[in-house]
Design a binder for this molecule. Structure first.
Ligand code: GLP
Length: 242
């Protein structure tokens, strides 16, 4: 794993957006994997600026998001669909037909998972996947204990994950208990992975990832050590315990 240490959140966002922009310009029909959460918001803002200045086009880009809450409709302000439209897709020139998120409100969730996998393989798999990390080491919504061989599936969220994400909801009761998430094997099939880590709240997770943890399903992010093209962009606060 290649580790780039940067000063702060702003620099992490700049590096990530520059890297993605270069890839998008280089590849013929780029397939980009995207994440939600607070971490990538600055990167999205930078990419919007590049697009609005005419420096970068998303016309030929296809995107796949990592995950979505089960039971939330697209119009729900807490759905990841809403987040992606609001914070990114509505402000750039990507054709809406090219953007994909799992549908957490589907009647048949198992079928939704299978269909999502097929869409990814039909697109030729993800060229660059952007990832964040949960405090418990989850990637996408793959909680500790998820098999490394998992494909897109429905997961029961850990209480610690629901608590961490409760800040976006009115109350803990409103936080969904399940999500659809790309599987770990699905993520590992991406040709390249960029993991963004910012802030002291992630310092323990980053130290576990880099230094003192076995590669094990108990700490999902540890699987990334087996991937041959992973870049971690982490700020000083996140690197505090390394
Ligand atoms: C969420 C998302 C992940 C994200 C992680 C960290 O639950 N499902 O994709 O990477 O947790 O979120 P944040 O960036 O807000 O810390």
């Amino acid at each position: 794993m290649n580790i780039i240490k940067v000063k702060d959140y702003q620099e992490m966002s700049n590096r990530a957006s520059m890297h993605l922009a270069e890839k998008i310009q280089k590849l013929d029909k780029p397939v980009i994997g995207l994440a939600t959460g607070s971490t990538p918001e600055g990167m999205y803002q930078n990419l919007i600026e590049k697009n609005n200045k005419g420096e970068l086009s998303f016309k030929d880009v296809t995107t796949f998001n990592l995950d979505e809450y089960v039971g939330l409709e697209k119009e729900d302000p807490n759905s990841y669909y809403f987040y992606m439209m609001d914070k990114f897709f509505n402000h750039i020139d990507v054709p809406k037909a090219n953007v994909h998120l799992p549908n957490g409100a589907a009647d048949d969730l198992e079928k939704e998972c299978r269909d999502y996998e097929k869409l990814i393989s039909d697109a030729g798999y993800v060229d660059v996947q952007v990832l964040g990390i949960g405090g418990n080491g989850h990637i996408a919504f793959n909680e500790p204990g998820t098999p490394f061989s998992s494909r897109t599936h429905v997961i029961d969220l850990d209480e610690s994950t629901r608590e961490a994400n409760a800040r976006f909801f009115n109350s803990m009761e409103e936080v969904p208990k399940q999500a659809i998430t790309m599987g770990i094997e699905t993520i590992m099939e991406s040709k390249e992975i960029i993991l963004l880590i910012s802030g002291e709240k992630k310092a323990d997770a980053l130290a576990r990832l880099i230094e003192n943890e076995e590669t094990s399903e108990d700490f999902p992010a540890s699987v990334l050590r087996k991937h041959e093209n992973v870049t971690i962009i982490a700020d000083e606060a996140a690197m505090a315990k390394v």
